[in-house]
Ligand binder design. Structure first.
Ligand code: SAH
Ligand code: SF4
Ligand code: F3S
Length: 454
């Protein structure tokens, strides 16, 4: 009997629980891990306490994320010690890629360490662990993405996976922003071929998906093979995917400002199913800081990209990421960030205190900003961003929004979904089902969500 067959035997069926710590790419990897393990005969555990295979799909973007994993591992060690039968702990994701040695040293009871580009090997890895009862942890941290892309192209989505799905179009990043760890965890940028992406989009809509979000670290730098030695850029990919039968909404994240161009703006004007929302991280409004960050655009270039998109689609909504307290950031630099926010008017945003990542250029810069200054600036920025979000959302009271309902809410008869502008909207109505796209009258607004009725 081959190892794969063994996984189907009752004794080798594990109940798995996955915890994700990171970005959309990380969540999407968790979904893939779940489907890989299900195909191999393992079962999803309803909670951590009912699992005997725990996968921590980690993130390394800020230092707090790493420490959280080590504290979770401490708790898992206790469960593993109590377990009578096999109990496997696997650390996957970006921190696994970077810190395999630290993990082995600090948590020697971990059974396997699997980098983000190696998740397609997980089923075989678990078979090995169960069969061979290996004492040493299995470590798979190759940066070669070919096997992962191949596995994506042969995976078949299940109808149960929902009406809104992620679709990876590229992995990795070549930008090397001086603060960022991603190029070291996910490797260089590689795009999937147009054919593979188109096929996956078709398989998804065939399985009932209505909305696809294209994901990658720099989706708009997409440069995949189109066949006949031709390359396909991002705007062309959008036009191609917009033809997918049954697809009602198309989104993408994350975009880099330097790759915004008139063809992408044109796509927003012409493609009806392309959502009028763009996540366009700016990080800072100061040219000096942008330069130190190696972002490769100026404040004016960023604002021009926003204008270009607004000229194409006047109702375009923008969200962003910000870092406060980057080394050398002065009060004046920070004030420029606030001015930029006032000028753009964001509909939603994520903001973070700069966190030095070992091995990056910024971590070695001398003029680090004190923690209390970072905290103060973060609070000021977040207040402004929250105000803008509330203001944007308030503008929809008594107006209609088209909402795709994607899941049940926390309360009885409650459904939640997303508007075209990516706002969370919930409704109490028995006549609506998951997957419906409905015009909803907005009756109430909270900072981060809207309540509507038919
Ligand atoms: N590729 C995307 C985002 C990648 S990481 C982009 O270029 O915009 C997501 C966000 O985490 C970043 O936009 C940034 O705001 C934040 N981030 C990355 N490294 C960080 C660090 N060292 N400290 C604090 N925030 C960081
Ligand atoms: Fe990190 Fe910059 Fe690449 Fe985004 S573009 S993933 S912030 S290096
Ligand atoms: Fe974190 Fe890796 Fe995403 S470091 S933000 S999980 S690419």
């Amino acid at each position: 009997m081959c190892r794969r067959d063994l996984a189907h035997c009752i004794s080798y069926k594990m109940r798995f629980f996955i915890k994700s710590y990171g970005c959309q790419m990380n969540s999407h990897d968790s979904q893939r891990i779940s489907s890989i393990l299900s195909v191999a005969g393992h079962e999803v555990a309803p909670s951590l306490n009912e699992a005997n295979l725990v996968i921590l799909n980690t993130c390394s973007i800020r230092d707090k994320a790493d420490e959280k994993v080590f504290s979770d591992l401490g708790r898992l060690k206790f469960l593993k010690c109590k377990a009578i039968d096999d109990f496997l702990i696997i650390v996957a994701g970006c921190m696994a890629q970077l810190r395999s040695r630290d993990i082995i040293k600090r948590a020697p009871y971990v059974n396997a360490i699997i980098g983000p580009q190696n998740i397609h090997q997980l089923a075989d890895c678990i078979d090995d662990l169960l069969k061979n009862k290996a004492i040493d942890a299995i470590v798979a941290t190759s940066m070669d993405v070919a096997g992962k892309f191949q596995a994506m192209s042969s995976a078949s989505p299940k109808a149960a996976d929902g009406v809104s799905a992620f679709l990876t179009i590229q992995e990795g990043c070549d930008n090397f922003c001086t603060y960022c760890i991603v190029p070291f965890t996910r490797g260089r940028q590689i795009s999937r071929s147009l054919t593979d992406i188109r096929d996956e989009a078709r398989r998804l809509t065939f399985a009932g998906v209505k909305e696809i979000t294209l994901v990658g670290q720099n989706v708009n730098a997409y440069n995949g093979d189109e066949g006949n030695n031709e390359k396909c850029d991002f705007s062309h990919l959008l036009f191609e995917l917009s033809k997918t039968e049954g697809l009602k909404r198309l989104r993408y994240t994350t975009s880099h400002p330097k790759y915004i161009n008139s063809n992408i703006a044109l796509a927003h004007r012409e493609i009806e199913i392309l959502a009028p929302h763009l996540h366009l991280p700016v990080q800072s409004g100061s040219n000096d800081i942008l330069k130190q960050m190696n972002r490769r655009y100026t404040r004016d270039e960023y604002l021009r990209a926003i204008d270009l998109l607004r000229e194409s689609r006047q109702d375009m909504a923008f969200s962003s990421d910000f870092i406060v307290g980057f080394p050398g950031e002065t009060d004046r630099d920070f004030e420029q960030t606030l001015e930029l926010v006032r000028e753009v008017r964001y509909t939603q945003a994520y903001s973070f205190k700069y966190s030095p990542r070992p091995g990056t250029i910024a971590a070695k810069m001398e003029n680090q900003v004190p923690e209390e200054v970072k905290s103060e600036r973060l609070q000021i920025l977040q207040e402004l961003l929250d105000d803008q979000q509330t203001q944007f959302n308030s503008g929809f009271v008594h107006r209609r929004l088209s909402v795709l309902f994607t899941k049940n809410g926390h309360h009885e008869n409650q459904l939640t979904g997303r508007s075209e502008y990516s706002q969370a909207v919930s409704i109490y109505d028995k006549t609506i089902s998951i997957g419906d796209i409905v015009d909803v009258q907005i009756i109430e607004v909270a900072t981060h969500s809207l309540i509507g009725m038919l």
